[in-house]
Design a protein around this ligand. Structure first.
Ligand code: C2E
Ligand code: MG
Ligand code: MG
Length: 696
């Protein structure tokens, strides 16, 4: 999957369903307004047209009335003549200049009629320049037709509904949908009298139908397209939301996943520069074993319960995400006030105490509790993000340039120190250095072996009574062209961790055997050299045969090679170890127990394993405690070894008094800086021929 950036997530998150919905609502509203405006505008246009027509008719009547008046007709006679006219007005009313009625037939113009249409929309009619043609004179003096839109729409609707389909669309629809009365004023030439003529006017459905149908069709098309578009936009947004959910959530528990965590944690850390945070690598230990024991469904239930429990025991300012299995990343904020002890470490401690109790509560009322909580333990590595620590980091926080993954790796490095133990460890820089070194070693070790960068150093072992060289121990040194001279303490533990130690052991066995064979051929008086064989190597079923094959590559009697086991090897498969030891001895190799007395209780192993040599650990001779109690322990260990028919070698001897003491108690050999440090093979050769006559 391509890397999803914070920007892309932001873009996805920013798309909301609300704007298109508002847009849709606005469009519907606008459409309705458009229909209403068109309806009114069409209506106004028609009213205006009718008005102009009637005004022309009124002008012709005005001319006739003027002509009759000139001929001396009175109004009664004029009205009788007019009533015979086909286009006669409904009423005529003549006012003199004092607003008194001179003559009339039909209704009289009154304020009651003016306010005939009091509700609805006002449609303004225009009057001509002389203000002679007045549509309706209402009491405000504005020329208007007051239209009752509701009535207009209802009539129109009824007409449409009652249309006889067979009569044809327009024929059937030429029904009246609105009628109103108009008074038109005309000034008569005689005595400044004003004649008001009343007409009844009608608007028919077919006058408006075309406009309305066009409007409705185009409006519907527009509305359908709009609806399709908006539905599309909304469905796009919903699928994006779903995608976001998939992207940012843990499918199993519904909580955050790492992607969501990264974005949110960066935002919080950068947004609260003065706050102290910590990234925690938090693990539910042995989740895999739990899953194997109780099945996937039960294990997943445990994870869901963990999610709920974590949500409960973390505060709102904290954040968490599941990485995989039972591994979590947490962002914890230190909420402690000044002088308060609530550090991040305390919080992790509390979380570890609280979680088992929370897990004991069933997930839901109907849900069952977690099957087995007895083996549930947690461990955590803590990386503190201290606001005051580094200027560079502060700047990175400001720029949101924080690599959460790297901080998580560092927290993980701290957790790795715990190994299989529960608890927590806080990251420090030494851990980082160690991690870097481990990576470097792992990267270089194989090439280094091929390039023979590992050198066999030999530390002589002397008989303290005769000062004669009686043995040696092969100890590895790494002469790296890039890293310089490296002592085994810096790489052996890494080799042991990676399993590469078996390759190194083979290398040392071959190279030591080669050296011994060469020296033997050269006629030198060689003595046995012991080689350290790692505990990891003893897991191999055919180790004895394998060692024999390695040594047999060279013409060397097996008695010149001794195999050293560390005490810890005795705690693995004892039976297999015993078989290997017996086989090695049957091939003629001597087998010794290295570092006897360091750490483990080993008396029992002495009982079980018929070893040839016992190497007393250097720790016996360290510090001031040697004189007195130490001497008693060492002398007893020597006598114990003698009784078991074992040779005894004392390691790490640095002082003359120790040599004297060991000589007195008949210790067979001494290996220590008092005599010699481990040395290159060339130098060791010089020790071989000579007997140490003098003390250094
Ligand atoms: P070890 O097998 O117990 O080796 C003895 C260690 O004690 C050596 O350290 C040696 O230099 C040191 N030593 C001897 N006499 C004195 C003394 O008087 N004073 C002090 N301070 N130290 C003394 P070195 O060479 O650093 O090796 C450390 C350990 O690394 C060895 O302990 C052994 O367990 C392991 N090792 C070394 N070479 C190999 C190897 O080729 N294969 C394996 N598997 N392990 C090796
Ligand atoms: Mg050793
Ligand atoms: Mg040792």
């Amino acid at each position: 999957m391509s890397k999803v950036t914070e920007k892309q997530i932001k873009k996805l998150k920013s798309k909301s369903i609300v704007p298109p919905l508002i847009f849709l609502l606005l469009s519907v509203l606008l459409g309705a307004i458009l229909v209403a405006v068109t309806l009114i505008a069409t209506f106004a246009y028609l009213v205006q047209n009718r008005y102009v027509e009637k005004s022309i008719e009124a002008s012709s009547i005005q001319n006739s009335v003027d002509a009759y008046l000139e001929e001396g007709y009175d109004f009664d006679r004029i009205f009788r003549i007019l009533q015979r006219n086909e286009h006669k007005p409904l009423a005529i009313c003549v006012y003199d200049e004092d607003n008194n009625i001179t003559a009339s037939y039909g209704d009289e113009l009154s304020y009651v009629q003016h306010s005939l249409f009091t509700e609805g929309v006002n449609i303004r009619l225009f009057s001509d320049e002389n203000d002679e043609h007045i549509g309706l004179v209402n009491n405000t003096g504005i020329n208007t037709v007051n239209v009752d839109i509701k009535k207009l729409w209802n009539n129109f609707h009824n007409v449409m509904r009652n249309t006889d389909e067979e009569a044809g669309l327009f024929d059937g629809m030429s029904s009246e949908i609105y009628s109103y009365e108009v008074w038109i004023a005309k000034t008569l030439e005689s005595d400044n009298q004003v004649m008001y003529l009343k007409y009844n006017q009608s608007i028919y459905s077919n006058d408006m139908l075309f406009v309305l149908i066009t409007l409705i069709i185009s409006g519907s098309i527009f509305f359908i397209l709009l609806l399709v578009y908006i539905t599309n936009v909304i469905s796009n947004i919903s699928s994006q939301r779903y995608l976001l959910k998939l992207l940012l959530h843990d499918n199993l528990t519904g909580g955050n996943n790492m992607l969501a965590f990264r974005t949110e944690a960066t935002k919080r850390i950068a947004g609260n520069l003065k706050k102290e945070y910590a990234i925690v690598d938090f693990s539910l230990m042995k989740y895999q074993s739990y899953s194997t024991l109780y099945g996937t469904a039960e294990a997943e239930k445990l994870l869901s319960a963990m999610e709920t429990a974590l949500c409960k025991c973390l505060s709102k300012a904290d954040l968490h995400a599941r990485i995989n299995d039972g591994d979590y990343i947490l962002l914890l904020r230190n909420n402690a006030k000044k002088n308060q002890e609530n550090t991040i470490v305390n919080r992790v401690d509390n979380i570890m105490c609280e979680l088992p109790n929370l897990l004991r509560t069933p997930l839901s009322k109907s849900g069952s509790a977690i099957k087995d909580l007895s083996n549930i333990k947690f461990n955590a590595g803590i990386y503190n993000i201290n606001p005051g620590v580094s200027k560079e980091f502060r700047e990175r926080r400001l720029k949101k340039n924080i690599n959460i993954d790297q901080l998580y790796i560092k927290a993980g490095i701290a957790k790795a120190v715990l190994g299989d133990e529960s608890g927590y460890k806080v990251y420090n820089h030494d851990m980082w250095e160690k991690e870097l070194w481990e990576h470097k070693v792992e990267e270089k070790m194989l090439d280094a072996l091929g390039a023979e960068e590992f050198k066999v150093y030999i530390q002589p072992k002397y008989n303290p009574s005769t000062n004669e060289l009686e043995g040696g121990e092969a100890l590895v040194r790494w002469d790296s062209p890039t890293e310089g001279f490296i002592s085994p303490g810096r790489f052996i533990p890494i080799f042991e961790k990676t399993g590469f130690i078996t390759k190194l052991d083979d290398y040392m066995i071959s190279h030591t055997a080669a050296l011994q064979a060469k020296w033997l051929q050269e006629g030198k008086k060689i003595v046995p050299i012991s080689i350290n064989v790692s505990r990891a190597h003893f897991a191999e079923p055919n180790l004895a045969e394998h060692i024999k094959d390695l040594v047999d590559q060279y013409p060397l009697p097996h008695e010149y090679i001794e195999i050293e086991l560390t005490e810890s090897a005795f705690f693995d498969d004892k039976k297999a170890l015993l078989t290997t030891v017996r086989k090695l001895q049957s091939y003629g190799f001597e087998v010794s127990m290295d570092d006897f007395g360091a750490g483990y209780s080993s008396l029992n192993s002495l009982k079980d394993l018929p070893l040839d040599v016992l190497k007393l650990d250097a720790d016996f001779f360290r510090g001031d405690a040697f004189a007195g109690r130490g001497e008693i322990v060492v002398s007893e260990a020597i006598s114990l070894a003698k009784q078991l028919n074992m040779k005894i070698v004392a390691e790490g001897i640095e002082k003359k008094e120790q040599v004297d003491f060991l000589a007195k108690h008949k210790c067979d050999m001494i290996q220590g800086f008092y005599f010699d440090k481990p040395m290159p093979a060339d130098e060791y050769v010089s020790r071989m021929d000579t007997t140490r006559q003098e003390e250094p």
